[in-house]
Design a protein around this ligand. Structure first.
Ligand code: MN
Length: 190
């Protein structure tokens, strides 16, 4: 499927004459990026997005990512977003889908480390199978993370590696945008 087709739901929900969010005329970025956007909408959540074949595969994580392998964070799959969305922060106007404030809480690159029986599993297959393991090289999030599909939704967990840290609440410790340095509250008040 072409990326444009995979964005039809994204486009249907938005009026690009009103919102400053990207319209989805995406170009390939050449490497696999990930982003976590802190989104203060009706309720606060964090949107995890992974570049997969020209669009951003997306999950809404109500409690946000953790660096503690004991934390299991629900991640609700949402519609694919255009690649340019990775750079979006600002205010989505009242009455628009997802109305509220967005900051780019973390950004960087990732690689697929999913394996089954000692064999590397391509990301698209892993997503279809409902289990992916990724290595994040973000400004804040680093190391292995696993996403597993369950009956209730996906579950995001930090994998046990040297970059796991059970002693720290990264959401509280590092609340600012990696793009603008603003908190979501400062962005709202702009
Ligand atoms: Mn959101």
């Amino acid at each position: 499927m072409f990326p444009e087709d995979r964005l039809s739901e994204y486009k249907k929900k938005r009026d690009f004459r009103v919102t400053s969010e990207p319209s989805g005329d995406s170009i390939s970025s050449g490497s696999q990026i990930f982003v976590v956007q802190k989104h203060y909408a009706r309720s606060l959540h964090y949107d995890l997005r992974l570049e997969v074949n020209g669009t951003l595969k997306s999950w809404a994580v109500p409690k946000g990512p953790s660096t503690n392998p004991k934390d299991k964070r629900l991640a609700i799959e949402t519609e694919d977003h255009p690649l340019e969305y990775a750079n979006f922060e600002g205010v989505i106007p009242e009455g628009q889908y997802g109305a509220g404030t967005v900051i780019v809480w973390d950004a960087g690159y990732y690689r697929n480390i999913t394996e089954k029986d000692g064999q590397r599993v391509p990301l698209e297959d892993a997503l279809e199978n409902g289990h992916i393991a990724i290595w994040l090289e973000g400004r804040k999030l680093k190391g292995g993370y696993a996403l597993t599909r369950t009956a209730r939704g996906w579950i995001l967990v930090k994998m046990k590696d040297e970059l796991a840290d059970a002693s720290r609440d990264i959401l509280k410790a590092e609340p600012r945008s990696v793009l603008s340095g603003r908190t979501v509250e400062e962005m709202s008040a702009r």
